[in-house]
Every structure is written in structure tokens, then in C-alpha cells.
Design a protein around this ligand. Structure first.
Ligand code: NAD
Length: 484
């Protein structure tokens, strides 16, 4: 997978590696004085977090927009604030149950002993987050970490320096450094951060940096949750209701100007329907965003390098024979000046085009022909296992075949992206799109040690297996063999 960030901005305020070490030490020492916080103290932390983040909504909206160039206010409210609020409310409602000691069955031969599982905080959780949803992707792992009774250190992306500084300032109003700490700075700080001896490290970002982070964590045997990217396909079946399908794909693709880990990356559909679908997508985009240049509803591409990379993907596809349709008729120079890219549908694609090889991460939508469901599934399987897969259609047999036979981090059926905000199902990738999962109870479990405990009874028959071994022992073994 090609790395998404071709240029590196600098940041003024940088956390020093020695400070990172000192904070980790302080957090671990503080954790050791209270290694299993009770529910009232965890709840208070979650409420503090909620009040601090929601209480600074306007400042965060502005900081994120300034970091992007322009970020639609509603894009931030929908994709950052609603998600965070939903995640914290869910955690406050359910954590008391999740943190309880759970009874587990005990096999007949070990009875009357009992088994239990005790969820236990791990200690200090490291969180490295990307720029595309800079607040949500720093806070959602923190919700899981705090709910599970941990302390946490966060390193947001160097591409959102204003948001990172604000996050540091806001969180320091409610948390001491030995509870929650925000590190700021560039890749050098992120790299030092990923080498710290955390009790668990959550990394959200590209697959290529995920490999580096996984290796760094592996050296310290730090367990990792890797939330990575990839090319998330959309399969449109002949049975799909196109009146519902077209706006849902357009919305999923254009939210945050396509800079979404689970954005539909490319579409697979029968050849005969490609042209009418491509035209309908363009028409839909023009109805959502009548102009793109100067439109406050439309988010800009984060940096010049990212803009140039998208233009390069298009040029490469065009040079190799692709047909390009662009929404609207905005002045190209103005669009470039604003770093805004309208929906661009790319047809007549071939596998040698870069746009069919790299994660796109922008509002370009290539379409691939497949005449049958098997061919569509084959196209998906030839690529790396994606973070998300979308299927549109009404034929339930085909839907079930897709769900059974395709492998992806998650799926939305007749929708794009919404599976990500369901707190009752795990969110995570598979293979090159990630490992581990979080959100809801899955986050709680990822940031807890689910400790298995066996409690022996005074009536245990285990003494029958003590040495010296006699006929009585062998009889006992025979008896156990019969009941296993
Ligand atoms: P990125 O991999 O460039 O950066 C992510 C984070 O890693 C940043 O905080 C950065 O500072 C840090 N980093 C960079 N180099 C590092 C190094 N050598 N060692 C340690 N840390 C380092 O990703 P990005 O450009 O910020 O985000 C885009 C990518 O993230 C896309 O691939 C997208 O699909 C993926 N993503 C995934 C999810 C998910 O939940 N699975 C969510 C959002 C984005």
C-alpha cells in the first residue's frame, strides 16, 4: 500500500522524547497506586471527557477547518461530534456491566470448582491518530481506554497542529498529565511514541506506517490494535434500487471530500449499467454541491501534496485510456487554488492504473465491470483484504453469499460507512486493513486484560491424580476419558 502523505508539515510545539518517557513513567506509577478504578471514578472521567469535548465544539470546528484549509462545519459535527457523543453515552450506559466479573462454565471433570473471567485494566494505553477525522480518531480509543480503567497518552497527526494544540489544552483542563496526556509534534515524535513500552498501543493510519508501528511495538512485546486503510469496494447488484443506491454512495464518497478510511474506493457492477450509473453519480453530486469552488459545504483536500497525488492518479488513468467525468463546471485554476476536487467518476479502468492499485482517499471513483457475482467477488479477492465492503441490492441470496464469502473488516448493506458508528458491533480491519477492533464492548475488551480465574473447591477430586501413581490413578484417568 502506498503511503498517503507525500509532504510533511512542521509543527511549532514539539514534545521531547525525554518528556514522553517521563509521562509514561508517571502514568504507570499513578496506575499502580490505583490499578482497578471503581465505576464512579471511571464514569466521572468519561463525563469529564464528554463535557470538555462537547463544551469546546466551536473551537474544535474552527481548528479542524483551519488545519484542512476548509472543513464543512456539518462534516465535523456529523463525523466527529455525533460519533464521540454516541460513543461516550454508550460507554457510560454499558461499562458497569462490561466491567463485572463474569461467570464462565466449568467442565464436568473439574467441578465443583468454578471459573470466572475478571476484566482488568491494562495500565497505560498509547493512541496514535491520523488527520482525516482528527478528533474522533483520538477520542474514540480514549473512551475505550478510560472506560476500561486505564490511563492514556495520545499522539495526533502533525497535519492537524491546531486541533492537536487545542486538544492538549482542553484535555489538560480536566485531566492531569498522569491521567491523559497529549503529545504534539512531527513524525519524529510519533516514531519515539511508537517505541514506548505501553501496555497496549492503538494506531490508526495508513497500512505502510502501520507496518512500522507494528514492528516498533513488537520489539517491546506491546500488544497493538492497528486500524489501517485500503481499497474498500462497492458491489452493485442488478437487483439494486438505484434511486437509493446513487445518493448513498455519493454521500459516502464525498463526506470529508473522500478523505475517509471507509469511503467507497471503487465500484464493481455489470458493464451495461456503468454509463447510466456514472451519469447518475455526477448528477447527484451536482445536486448535493451545485458548485464546489467556494462551497462551504464541501471540504478541501488537506495539503498540496495530497492534492497533487489525486491529480497524478487521474492523469495516470487518463494516459492509460480511462474516461473521466467530472461534476460541475468550476474553474480548474480556482479549484486548484482552493484544493477542492469535485466528484470525478473514472470508467474504462484497467488494473495497471495507479487509481486501481492505491487507496484513493479523495473524491475520485473508478468503476470496474463484472458480469456476475462470482466475478465481482473474484475482483475483491484479488486485492488486499479491505477495511470495508459495501453491497447494494435486494436479492437476499446474493447478499448472503457476499457476506459469507468476502473477507473485509466490516460491511454495510445498502449503505456506505454507517457500520463504523454502530457501537454494538466491532470496528476493525483484517490483514493489511488492520488487526484487533474497538468501539463499544470490543474497545473495552481490547483495552482490558480478560483474566481467566479458576477457583478450586475443597471437595476437589484432583487429589486422585497426585503421585505416587497407582491403579487408583489409572482408574481415575479411565473414568475421565469416558466423560470427556
Ligand atoms: P499516516 O499513516 O500517514 O499517519 C498516521 C499517524 O501515524 C500520524 O499521527 C503520524 O504522525 C504517525 N506516523 C507517521 N509516521 C510514523 C512513524 N514512522 N512511526 C510512528 N508513527 C508515525 O496516516 P494519515 O495520512 O494520517 O491517515 C490516512 C490513512 O489512515 C489512510 O490509509 C486511512 O485509510 C487510514 N485510516 C484508517 C482508519 C481506521 O479506522 N481504520 C481511520 C482513519 C484513517
Amino acid at each position: 500500500m502506498v503511503r498517503i502523505n507525500p509532504d510533511k508539515p512542521s509543527t511549532a510545539n514539539t514534545t521531547k522524547p525525554s518528556e514522553l518517557d517521563a509521562v509514561l513513567k508517571a502514568q504507570r506509577a499513578a496506575f499502580n497506586t490505583n490499578p482497578n478504578p471503581d465505576w464512579p471514578s471511571r464514569k466521572a472521567k468519561l463525563e469529564t471527557l464528554r463535557d470538555l469535548i462537547l463544551g469546546h465544539e466551536d473551537e474544535f470546528v474552527k481548528a479542524i477547518s483551519d488545519d484542512f484549509g476548509h472543513r464543512a462545519v456539518e462534516d465535523t459535527l456529523i463525523s466527529e461530534f455525533l460519533v464521540i457523543q454516541g460513543g461516550i453515552s454508550h460507554a457510560i450506559k454499558h461499562t458497569p456491566k462490561w466491567m463485572k466479573t463474569r461467570k464462565a462454565p466449568t467442565a464436568l471433570q473439574y467441578k465443583p470448582a468454578r471459573n470466572v473471567i475478571i476484566p482488568q485494566p491494562l495500565g497505560v494505553i498509547g493512541i496514535i491518530s491520523p488527520w482525516n477525522y482528527p478528533l474522533q480518531l483520538a477520542i474514540m480509543p480514549l473512551v475505550g481506554a478510560l472506560g476500561a480503567g486505564n490511563r492514556a497518552m495520545i499522539k495526533p497527526s502533525e497535519y492537524t497542529p491546531r486541533m492537536s494544540e487545542l486538544l492538549k489544552e482542553v484535555l489538560s483542563k480536566g485531566f492531569t498529565d498522569d491521567e491523559v496526556f497529549v503529545a504534539t509534534g512531527g513524525v519524529d515524535v510519533a516514531s519515539a511514541f511508537s517505541n514506548l513500552n505501553f501496555d497496549h498501543l492503538v494506531f490508526t493510519g495508513s497500512t505502510s506506517v502501520g507496518r512500522i508501528v507494528g514492528e516498533a511495538a513488537g520489539k517491546n512485546l506491546v500488544p497493538v490494535t492497528l486500524e489501517l486503510g485500503g481499497k474498500s469496494p462497492v458491489i452493485i447488484d442488478e437487483s439494486a434500487n438505484m434511486k437509493l443506491t446513487v445518493p448513498r454512495i455519493t454521500n459516502g464518497k464525498l463526506l470529508n471530500a473522500g478523505q475517509t478510511c471507509v469511503a467507497p474506493d471503487y465500484v464493481i457492477m455489470p458493464e451495461a449499467k456503468i454509463n447510466s450509473f456514472a451519469d447518475a453519480m455526477i448528477e447527484q453530486a451536482e445536486s448535493f454541491y451545485p458548485t464546489v469552488a467556494g462551497n462551504d459545504d464541501y471540504t478541501t483536500i488537506i495539503a498540496d501534496g495530497h492534492y497533487a497525488r489525486l491529480q497524478d492518479l487521474l492523469e495516470d488513468a487518463e494516459n492509460k485510456g480511462a474516461k473521466i467525468r467530472t461534476a460541475g463546471d468550476d474553474d480548474k485554476q480556482q479549484l486548484a487554488k482552493e484544493r477542492r476536487v469535485p466528484l470525478t467518476v473514472v470508467t474504462d479502468t484497467t488494473p495497471d492504473m495507479k487509481i486501481m492499485q492505491e487507496e484513493i482517499f479523495g473524491p475520485l471513483l473508478p468503476i470496474v465491470a463484472a458480469e456476475s457475482l462470482d466475478e465481482a467477488l473474484d475482483t475483491v479477492q484479488k486485492g488486499e483484504r479491505p477495511l470495508a465492503l459495501y453491497w447494494f441490492g435486494e436479492d437476499k441470496k446474493k447478499r448472503d453469499k457476499v457476506l459469507r464469502e468476502s473477507i473485509s473488516g466490516g460491511v454495510s448493506v445498502n449503505e456506505t460507512a454507517w457500520h463504523v458508528v454502530q457501537e454494538d458491533i466491532p470496528f476493525g480491519g483484517v490483514g493489511p486493513s488492520g488487526m484487533g477492533a474497538y468501539h463499544g464492548e470490543d474497545g473495552f475488551k481490547s483495552f482490558s486484560h480478560m483474566k481467566g480465574v479458576f477457583i478450586q473447591s475443597k471437595f476437589s477430586q484432583g487429589k486422585n491424580l497426585f503421585p505416587p501413581y497407582t491403579d487408583k490413578t489409572r482408574k481415575m484417568i479411565g473414568l475421565m476419558k469416558k466423560i470427556l
